[in-house]
Write a protein that binds this ligand. Structure first.
Ligand code: ZN
Length: 201
C-alpha cells in the first residue's frame, strides 16, 4: 500500500503514535504534524520525558502498580488500610479510583493500559498466588473486586471469586457502574457511590 507520507521519519512517528490506546488515524496524524512543527528544543524535552518514564519506572513487586522503586507509593504508604485490597484490571483504573475516597491497597491484574490483550492463565495464576501471599502477610479481611461489567471483567471476577471464597470477605463494586462500562470513563461521583454500595459476593 502506498504510504500517505513522503518521508520515512513521519511515517514511523505516525505508526508509533497509532499504537497508543484510543488514538485513531486522524489523531495520530494530527499529533505527527504537531511534533513535526515543534522546535528542536521542545521535541527533545518530549523525547526525554518518554525516556525518563521508560528508564525510571517499573511494576511494583507487591501489587503490580506502576512504581519508581521496588514497591509503589501506595504500598509504601503506612497510612493505607491493609485490611482491604481492591482488585483492579489496570493501572489506569487504579489511578481513577485514587480520585475517590478509598484508602486501602490494590492488586493490579492486567497491564498498564486498559485494553491490553488477554491475560494468560499462567500470568493470572502468578497474580493470584501473589495476592494470596499478601492477604496472609497483611491479614487482609476484605477484597473488593473492581472489575468492569464486561465479558473480560466477568471472567476475571469468576476466577478470583472462586479462588478467594471462604478466605476473605469478598465484595464487588455495585452496578452503579453501567453494564459494559469501563472504570476509567466513570465520573468520581458514580464511582464513589459504586464503592459505597459494594455488595458481598
Ligand atoms: Zn504497590
Amino acid at each position: 500500500m502506498k504510504s500517505r507520507f513522503p518521508y520515512r521519519s513521519l511515517e514511523e512517528l505516525f505508526s508509533f503514535l497509532k499504537k497508543v490506546p484510543g488514538i485513531g488515524d486522524r489523531s495520530a496524524l494530527r499529533m505527527t504534524l504537531y511534533f513535526a512543527a515543534l522546535k528542536p528544543k521542545e521535541s527533545r524535552k518530549f523525547a526525554k520525558g518518554i525516556l525518563d518514564v521508560v528508564d525510571n519506572l517499573q511494576r511494583c513487586a507487591d501489587c503490580g502498580n506502576i512504581s519508581q522503586g521496588e514497591t509503589c507509593w501506595v504500598c509504601n504508604d503506612k497510612e493505607r488500610d491493609r485490611n482491604c485490597i481492591m482488585l483492579v484490571e489496570s493501572v489506569m483504573d487504579l489511578l481513577v479510583i485514587e480520585e475517590v475516597n478509598y484508602r486501602g491497597l490494590y492488586h493490579v491484574v492486567g497491564d498498564l493500559v486498559p485494553d491490553s490483550k488477554r491475560i494468560s492463565s499462567l500470568r493470572r495464576k502468578q497474580i493470584l498466588d501473589k495476592l494470596l501471599e499478601r492477604i496472609e502477610k497483611y491479614r487482609t479481611k476484605e477484597v473488593i473486586i473492581a472489575f468492569p461489567y464486561t465479558i473480560k471483567g466477568e471472567s476475571l471476577t469468576r476466577y478470583f471469586a472462586n479462588a478467594l471464597k471462604g478466605k476473605v470477605l469478598l465484595s464487588r463494586l455495585s452496578k452503579g457502574i453501567p453494564v459494559g462500562g469501563e472504570i476509567e470513563f466513570m465520573d468520581t461521583i458514580t464511582l464513589s457511590a459504586a464503592l459505597e454500595r459494594r455488595y458481598t459476593l
